[in-house]
Design a protein around this ligand. Structure first.
Ligand SMILES: N[C@@H](CCC(=O)N[C@@H](CS)C(=O)NCC(=O)O)C(=O)O
Length: 193
């Protein structure tokens, strides 16, 4: 299996962290935007959206980072990273959709300047605090959801947010930051010249 990735961004790092954390047999290729690698005809065949990440498993090409996470969790059930019962699976899906339809748009709006008040993250943190106030991980045990959500809170912007009113989220974020998969996928920025 081969993952086309660009580690510096959370949608890519979440998948790389998952692969590294569980030592999965997936090769990782970092795409070069400088060389316009995603603009080639070959890349269009991998992902017609011309985005990363993309997982290639034989003839099967899969894009969308959360779909990749759940695919890997099912391909490697020894990870125990995705509930198999119908309600547990719905719980996982709920948080994966929450990440892509609420958390990610908030972060994107801050980046583009549409959102200027970082305190507006707090209602989302209040929701995330509900499972985390009594549990070490969002679904109770370590799952794809933790990788999908935590990757966003470890970005430059994620580091600037105020976690003081949400101690469960704060403790979980620290727990995730120290997880092998995230420790080993930290991108070291070159020192400013
Ligand atoms: N919803 C997609 C988002 C994919 C996406 O937007 N990837 C970005 C990096 S995080 C990308 O490839 N950007 C390059 C571009 O827009 O040309 C996912 O979760 O995989």
């Amino acid at each position: 299996m081969l993952l086309h990735s660009f580690r510096i961004t959370p949608n890519n790092r979440k998948v790389e962290a998952f692969i590294v954390h569980f030592d999965l047999p997936v090769e990782v290729h970092q795409v070069s935007f400088k060389d316009k690698e995603t603009q080639t005809d070959e890349y269009f065949e991998l992902n017609p959206n011309r985005r990363v990440p993309v997982l290639v498993d034989g003839n099967f090409k899969l894009w969308e980072s959360n779909a990749i996470l759940t695919y890997l969790a099912r391909k490697f059930p020894e990870t125990s990273a995705l509930p198999t019962d119908i309600q547990g699976r719905a719980d996982a899906d709920r948080w994966l959709h929450w990440q892509s339809s609420h958390l990610m748009p908030f972060m994107g709006a801050v980046k583009t300047g549409v959102e200027t008040d970082l305190n507006n993250i707090k209602p989302w943190f209040t929701a995330l605090e509900v499972p985390l106030k009594d549990n070490d991980y969002v679904l109770g045990s370590l799952s794809v959801v933790d990788f999908a959500v935590a990757a966003y809170l470890m970005t430059k912007l994620g580091n600037k947010l105020d976690y003081s009113e949400h101690p469960g989220v704060d403790a979980w974020r620290n727990r995730m930051t120290n997880l092998k998969g995230f420790v080993e996928t930290q991108v070291k920025m070159p020192p400013a010249a």
